[in-house]
Design a protein around this ligand. Structure first.
Ligand SMILES: C[S@@+](CC[C@H](N)C(=O)[O-])C[C@H]1O[C@@H](n2cnc3c(N)ncnc32)[C@H](O)[C@@H]1O
Length: 387
């Protein structure tokens, strides 16, 4: 049976749109259109399911259900009530609606979400004689409403929870790097390389685990489930087939990956996460202050996310300073990529950046800075300059 392609919109961290566009093109998505903070395109259900497993930078796989201008809650209700929800959901199943609103006559996202919920519930009651319930925690049908400049778009979210939730982190950790951002920064710089990669302040190991997943071409979503697996209009074979495809993607890699952090607790979490991601044998972790770190393998690439002063006891200036000294002592000839959310702190590295890649991480405008650690310029310390 031939079906019209789905219209899919995938959001990402602003700055990573070109990476996401390449990922979607590789998955066979067509008619790609890039906007700030996301990429949209057309795909089959099989491609949408594969995207759930394979996307590294995309945060959600959102299928467009309704799209139109609205000026009032009533117009929003009418737009949504036209969707044949009885095809998507039984009255015994559950739904939840999240909404975001920008520059619109409607100004309360909670109210807009309620209007959408009413439209779905009323339509099912009319068509099936019974209404579905809301389950905010684990809905079968997660709906997402976006209203920007008076234009409403209603989506259903194939993944359910954000794709940064890979399923490999055992517990929520303090100041981790978002997995989609970590993967996107690596891919944007054609990392990891073949040789060796070190994260000397690896925390819970996100950059290393994502690098291992990329190097081995392992789809990051293999360890989680997706909302669309429970949908009545998605044939039962679609997700098992996509999972089988995802399982066949892995390839061999000789990349040597090494991580260190001065906090033993962080290294314990990093090891557990790597284990769950199936990457434990590929990454060597150790508890060590960067001041004393001697890498097992000379790193060709150093990539890290040093502290930005989010915790007062971290002494972030000392950390950046020690990292600079480490790079000059052990990173000669290497490329270093450092994520910084605070230009003032970055000065304490004592090196001049060659490239600056802007990335929005939540409310923070951060930079992924590229340094070439030249042997001839490594010592004495380059005076702090514009970074
Ligand atoms: C922003 S966190 C890194 C988060 C990490 N990318 C993740 O995904 O979990 C910064 C890390 O730098 C580590 N750190 C700070 N100063 C250090 C030093 N002198 N030596 C080693 N690790 C250090 C902290 O313990 C912390 O785990």
């Amino acid at each position: 049976m031939s079906r019209a392609p789905l219209r899919i919109d995938v959001p990402c961290a602003p700055g990573l749109e070109p990476v996401l566009e390449s990922e979607l093109a590789a998955l066979g998505f067509e008619e790609l259109l890039t906007r700030p903070g996301g990429v949209s395109g057309q795909a089959s259900r099989d491609q949408a399911a594969r995207a759930c497993f394979a996307l590294r930078t995309g945060l959600h796989v959102q299928e467009l259900l309704a799209d139109g201008p609205i000026e009032s809650p009533q117009e929003l209700y009418e737009l949504c009530a036209r969707v044949d929800f009885e095809r998507l959901l039984t009255p015994e199943q559950t739904l939840a609606v999240t909404a975001s609103i920008r520059n619109s006559a409607l100004n309360h996202s909670g109210h807009a979400a309620l209007v959408v919920k009413d439209a779905v519930v009323d339509r099912l009651r009319d068509k099936k004689g019974k209404r579905p319930n809301v389950d905010a925690d684990d809905p079968i049908l997660p709906l997402r409403l976006s209203v920007i400049n008076g234009r409403a778009r209603l989506y259903r979210d194939w993944a359910g929870t954000s794709l940064h939730k890979r399923g490999y982190r055992p517990i929520q950790v303090k100041s981790p790097l978002n997995e989609c951002v970590a993967a996107g920064l690596l891919l944007a710089h054609r990392l990891p390389p073949e040789g060796s990669l070190l994260d000397p302040m690896c925390g819970s190991g996100t950059l290393l685990i994502e690098a291992a997943l990329i190097a081995t071409n392992t789809p990051p979503g293999l360890h989680r489930s997706f909302a669309a697996e429970r949908w009545i209009d998605v044939p039962h074979a679609v997700f098992p087939a996509a999972r089988e495809w995802a399982n066949q993607q892995a390839r061999a890699s000789d990349l040597a990956l090494e991580g260190a952090d001065r906090h033993a607790g962080a290294i314990t979490i990093a090891k557990e996460s790597a284990e769950r991601a199936g990457m434990a044998g590929r990454i060597h972790f150790q508890v060590c202050d960067v001041k004393n770190l001697v890498p097992r393998t000379k790193p060709e690439v150093v990539v890290t996310n040093p502290p930005w002063g989010e915790r007062l006891d971290d002494d972030p200036i000392g950390s950046w300073n020690a990292l600079g000294k480490f790079l000059k002592a052990h990173g000669r000839g290497a490329h270093a990529f450092l994520l910084s959310g605070d230009a003032e702190l970055t000065r304490h590295l004592g090196l001049k950046a060659k490239g600056r890649f802007p990335i929005e991480i939540g409310p923070i405008s951060a930079r992924f800075l590229h340094y070439e650690v030249h042997a001839d310029r490594a010592s004495p310390v380059t005076p702090p300059q514009e970074t």
